[in-house]
Design a protein around this ligand. Structure first.
Ligand code: GLU
Length: 412
């Protein structure tokens, strides 16, 4: 085994597999064995892709749009992406200022791989999406984790940002609304971060806006390059169709940024995947240019589920969660469960123990907070119908009530 490890690329050998996918695999294995699991692990909308988008894909196949496209994406889609950035985000860009990739993940990976060298640093505010630090490590660079606890609303402060920057810093990863906390940066908060970044033009910003449309309480969405246009030469603004149009499986992400960066990403992509699937690109074109009603309808559903989940979780002994402003995740502290023992005899030392015990003993799947850089928490993806969410919370509550303190029989 260790001999085979030595055969691997050293950066890959060091990196962790995706914690979200690992949990989804555990769920699949339990289901294959006949268990009925309620999965609150995968971060993807439970809705089907709207019919007009699917129809566009079928029409594209029938029309023979089944060949290679340009590496950076077909022109019609890049024009639609540029129009989206102009109208929704106030970014004055043309189609040449955009790139289309196989999912948002590939936009991020291409950008990092195109720019990072051994020893470079990338600032990753924690809690972070599981893949940021691993992608940085895959590129041979070092993630610099900046803890952003509940006291700062899980958000990076300008002071913490300034303290983390040094001459080796190449990127700041910014994600609002956030996976896993649902935290949303306000215009003023982004402006304050932008002030720090303007003083450090060697630092690039990756603004991961994938949850843009899942923002609640009538709040407005802001992206940093819009708030501070002078930051545009150092910003890659990234988005995609996965969350907004329930298109996770189609794998279409896109971005806009300085042309030198987009050119480098295109060069990399041209030697790697050749670009995104032609059929998915036609589907994404229909998503961006067709009726937009799905976005407001799904946002309203998620907001109502958010309210339900936060209430149910805060009614659960041992759990506590703040109200997330967006995305479809609740990030609940499970500090009250640590140190307790489950009926099956497992001592809950960590949030990972909690997540595994919930799956094994309550048939509910969540992802442990430490995978996102903050413990002890659990991330609950509430992308399921209300009945399933209620059923899941009942199972979690039963599980919590069944725990006993390590010394003595006292339950929580
Ligand atoms: N972004 C989703 C999540 O956090 C999908 C899985 C992944 O790519 O990590 O669950």
């Amino acid at each position: 085994m260790s001999k085979n490890l030595e055969r691997l690329n050293a950066n890959l050998a060091k990196a962790q597999p995706s914690a979200t996918y690992r949990m989804m695999d555990r769920v699949a294995a339990r289901r294959a064995a006949g268990a009925k699991i309620i999965s609150l692990s995968a971060g993807e909308p439970d809705f089907n892709t709207p019919a007009h988008i699917c129809d566009a894909a079928v029409a594209a196949i029938r029309a023979g749009h089944t060949r290679y496209t340009q590496v950076a994406g077909m022109r019609a889609l890049r024009e639609a992406v540029a129009a989206k950035f102009r109208t929704e985000n106030g970014l004055d860009v043309s189609w040449q200022d955009t790139i289309v990739c196989s999912g948002g993940k590939q936009v991020i990976y291409n950008a990092l791989a195109a720019t990072l060298n051994e020893g470079d640093e990338v600032i990753v505010p924690a809690p972070y999406w599981v893949s940021y630090p691993e992608m940085v490590q895959l590129c041979g660079a070092n993630p610099v984790i900046v803890a952003c606890g509940e006291d700062s609303g899980f958000k990076l402060t300008p002071q913490a940002l300034a303290a983390a920057i040094n001459p080796r810093t190449r990127w700041l990863m910014l994600n609002s609304p956030s996976n896993p906390t649902g935290a949303v940066y306000s215009r003023d908060e982004l402006a304050a971060l932008a002030d720090v970044l303007l003083a450090h033009p060697h630092v690039l910003v990756l603004s991961d806006d994938i949850y843009e449309h899942l923002i609640f309480d009538n709040a407005d969405f802001h992206t940093i390059a819009q708030i501070e246009p002078r930051l545009r030469p150092q910003t890659l603004t990234m988005n995609g169709v996965s969350k907004a149009y329930a298109m996770t499986g189609w794998r279409i992400g896109f971005g806009t940024g300085p042309r030198w960066l987009l050119d480098a990403m295109e060069k990399l992509q041209g030697q790697q995947t050749s670009g995104a699937s032609s059929i998915s690109q036609h589907a994404a074109l229909a998503a961006l240019t067709g009726p937009q009603k799905f976005i407001s309808v799904s946002r309203a559903v998620f907001e109502q589920r958010r309210d339900l989940m936060v209430q149910l979780l805060n009614d659960t002994p041992g759990l506590k969660c703040v109200v997330p402003g967006g995305a479809f995740y609740a990030f609940a502290s499970c500090a009250g469960l640590i140190g307790h023992r489950t009926p099956a005899g497992t001592l809950l030392n960590t949030d990972e123990d909690v997540a595994h015990a919930l799956l094994d003993e309550a048939d509910v799947a969540v992802v442990h907070g430490s995978a996102f850089g903050l413990a002890p928490y659990i991330r609950i993806a509430y992308a399921l119908d209300n009945d399933s969410l209620r059923e899941a919370c009942q199972a979690i509550t039963r599980f919590c009530r069944s725990l006993s303190a390590e010394h003595g029989d006292e339950s929580i």
